[in-house]
Design a binder for this molecule. Structure first.
Ligand code: EPZ
Length: 419
């Protein structure tokens, strides 16, 4: 199993290219299932999760062509050969549940393994199932699988989400594009990745109003057609490298990054003492003076993203003063805390909040990654720590960060992958 070794204490200087957003690319690949023609996606990031989604589409017998041979431009679509998403793939990646709505919309029948819990919480899929039931699907749970079928087309419905869910919004949005009649999604998630998906679906011929808002109105059409879409830049990758520059000190240009979708993160970093400059070609992040502790609460977009909580915690571990970080999206997303504490951080968890008391310096240690964002927070801590940090179970990182060690090493970090 690969590990990552970091010798901390080096400021960063240079340019990091930001890739396409993982959490936009995954639903967009699934959107390719909605047409007999081809959906061409550009700016696809090269990540383990993208490969997992490609294998899932492969199992469903959906055509997927790598147009340039480098994995960055994919053409997806065609007849659907199978309607079963097996446990072996779904257990690896929860986003697999997104095929449920499109399968029902296209072939009227689906068998999708239940995803089960994961390191960051129980993560049920009840909102996906309830919405599809309201659209006329009959759903049974048996043998760890969701069996769903609908006679004829799904029917438009008014669906009020009791809780904001990114995945359920995406699943029902896709299903509704091909449903009979009008669907209203109320209290829909407003994450930029959903707007990116909706923009692509509109290019494919879908009729959607309210893009970017919490009320999406979809008028179903009988079929969608070919389109080309460029995936938006990854706001979480951007925020992660902004934290890297902030924790290590120095100046890093995040090329291709956009401030547009990072309001809450950039405002918080600025409060901590990080300098942020918007440039036509990206974001310049600089940190010369000390860091100040700032409290943060995770919230659905446009609030502070849960996917940035662990990285921000690493930063707060070395800030001047205390910070309270409250997690409101997932009930168990503090798995990085014991590992950061092993590196000398002073963090106490009380229910959904973590109190971080900044220390003058962290010390390098062997640490264990538990999920994607937790792992990268340990890498960030390693950049600031004295001595050597070895992050184990690096496969978590490969799910969501392309060439992480190469990007940081190019900016002067002493970081390498041990195979
Ligand atoms: C998406 O997960 C992201 N994944 C996650 O990214 C992200 O952390 C999360 O949204 C929140 O922003 C992708 O986009 C592929 P949710 P998703 O449905 O859709 C509860 C990363 O590191 N809920 O918005 O699964 C759920 O348990 C990650 O890249 C239900 O109760 O998240 C959670 O507490 C990991 N019932 C809350 O809602 C449901 O049916 C929000 O989850 C669905 C969700």
């Amino acid at each position: 199993m690969d590990r990552i070794r970091i010798r901390g204490g080096k400021p960063l200087s240079g340019t990091i290219a930001i890739g396409g957003a993982k959490n936009a690319a995954l639903p967009l690949m699934v959107a390719g299932m909605l047409t007999d023609e081809k959906l061409t996606l550009a700016n696809v990031p090269r990540l383990a999760d993208i490969e997992t989604m490609a294998s899932l589409l492969g199992v469903l017998d959906i055509g997927i062509d790598d147009l340039n041979g480098d994995g960055r431009v994919l053409a997806i679509g065609g007849a659907i050969g199978s309607n079963e998403a097996p446990y072996d793939i779904v257990r690896k990646m929860r986003a697999s549940i997104l095929v449920l709505g499109p399968l029902l919309a296209r072939v009227g029948e689906a068998r999708v393994s239940l995803p089960g819990g994961c390191a960051i919480g129980t993560r049920p899929v009840d909102l996906h199932l309830k919405g599809l039931t309201q659209m006329g699907a009959e759903i049974d749970l048996e043998g760890g699988y969701i069996s769903a079928r609908v006679a004829g087309r799904l029917k438009g419905a008014t669906i009020l989400f009791p809780q904001v869910s990114v995945g359920a919004t995406e699943n029902l949005l896709m299903a509704a594009t091909l449903a009979d009649g009008r669907t209203e999604l109320l209290n829909a998630a407003r994450e930029p990745e959903i707007a990116d998906l909706a923009t692509c679906l509109i290019a494919m011929g879908a009729k959607i109003e309210g893009v970017g808002s919490d009320r999406l109105v979809i008028e179903g059409v009988p079929r969608l057609h070919a389109a080309r879409h460029t995936i938006l830049p990854d706001r979480i990758e951007t925020g992660t490298y902004a934290c890297a520059a902030a924790i290590a000190g120095g100046a890093v240009m995040l090329a291709g990054a956009s401030a547009a979708h990072l309001g809450a993160v950039l405002r918080t970093l600025a409060e901590c003492g990080v300098e942020i400059e918007e440039r036509p070609d990206g974001l310049m992040i600089r940190r010369e003076a000390g860091l100040r502790g700032v409290d943060v609460m995770t919230e659905p977009y446009p609030g502070f993203p849960t996917d940035m909580q662990a990285q921000f915690m690493a930063l707060m571990a070395v800030a001047d003063g205390a910070a309270m970080l409250t997690e409101t999206i997932f009930e168990n997303r503090f798995m990085h805390v014991p590992e950061l504490n092993r590196m000398g951080a002073r963090i106490n968890v009380h229910g959904a909040s973590a109190i971080v008391r900044g220390v003058a310096a962290l010390s390098g240690a062997p640490v264990m990654a538990t999920d994607l964002r937790a792992s990268v927070s340990l890498v960030l801590a390693g950049l600031a720590a004295q001595g050597e940090t070895v992050v184990n179970r690096v496969y978590h990182l490969d799910r969501g960060y392309e060439a992480l060690e190469a990007k940081l090493a190019a900016c002067g970090a002493a970081i390498e992958r041990i195979r």
